[in-house]
Ligand binder design. Sequence first.
Ligand code: F3S
Length: 394
Amino acid sequence: MFLTKDEEKIFDGEMGEAQAIAIRLLVSIGEINGADSLIPIKSAHISGVSYKNIGDGGLKFLKKIADKVKVPTTLNPLGFDMERNGPVEVDRDFKEKQMEIIKTFMSMGIKESFTCTPYYFYQKTSYGDHVAWAESSALIYANSIIGARTNREGGPSALAAAIIGKTPNFGLHLDKNRVADYEVEVNGKLDYSGAAALGLYLGTNYPGKIPRLVGFNYLRDFELKAFGAALAASSATSMFHVENRTPDDTLNRGKKFERIEIDYNQLKNLMEEKSSSEKPELIAIGCPHLSKDEIDYIASLVKGKKKDKDVEVFLFASRETIKNSFESVKIIEEFGAKVFADTCMVVAPLSKKYHKTAINSGKASFYLPMKEYGGQEIIFRNFNDLLRWAVVDY
Ligand code: F3S
């Protein structure tokens, strides 16, 4: 792999140990994957922020590599909201370790973002930008909806890229790897959860392949966000196209693809198979974190209504989204739901208090039943069905 004179100096340790560790990690990844060089990036997004995920080993590595970042860098959410209490009580020891991790990230110049949707307020990412994003739901959104270019980074490689301001040039940074592998059609109209169920279906049955959705132009960006999050959670796929809609669909022009036809009922059955039939204790919405439009929409549905006292309703969004949705958040809180910032519903220890959780997210339906994420009994339905449990006289 070609390194410039300046990169060689960093590699040889002339700029300090942290930078040497970072560039060596990037070069190793690049060499394994056949990269020709390092290319500059516009931004980085780091996952693996929760102490639950990285543990003491991760914290030690973080302290060793802590150096100022060279590009705007954001952080994934944690297991609790730092300003409000909740969503459930977290042990003091855990909290202390978590705050140590955050302090270390902040000392590097990383933004206090704590969200898996950094593209809404924190990152000004544009078509054609090379970036290094971890967090599968965010990076598939960047590649597919924004048309930026990122590989599926892990927490350490995204951090190393942020410190050096560069990433190895391979994979989805190159045109030839961004072309679709197959086309998909569904004989029915999908909503948010239907799109998420389609993501799970394709991730499970066509792992690692890039789909091109045909006839899906009606889906809004937040529904495609749900689709991408489920697809990337259930497989290594990190990009998709929507015919004549997503920026890099131009790369598919003139090409012929195998077409897969999916019956809408297959997706409904998939959601049903994952769901318990009992009433949930908790309805959790916002995996990935909600946009302002989604919060406004939810507010319009619950305005002036009363929440059933036997079901909790938690919404999750970034601090900045919450701040910018002030009026709607007020309406939602008056209804009786709670809105949390900084928090990932999957890493939050929800199962300390709740065992039956209803969601409209394919990604959450993939993780929440896992033992390491609380072994929840889930109910995977569209938002309107969930509201039937939550709203009195809905
Ligand atoms: Fe975001 Fe956590 Fe879901 S990081 S996409 S809320 S699993």
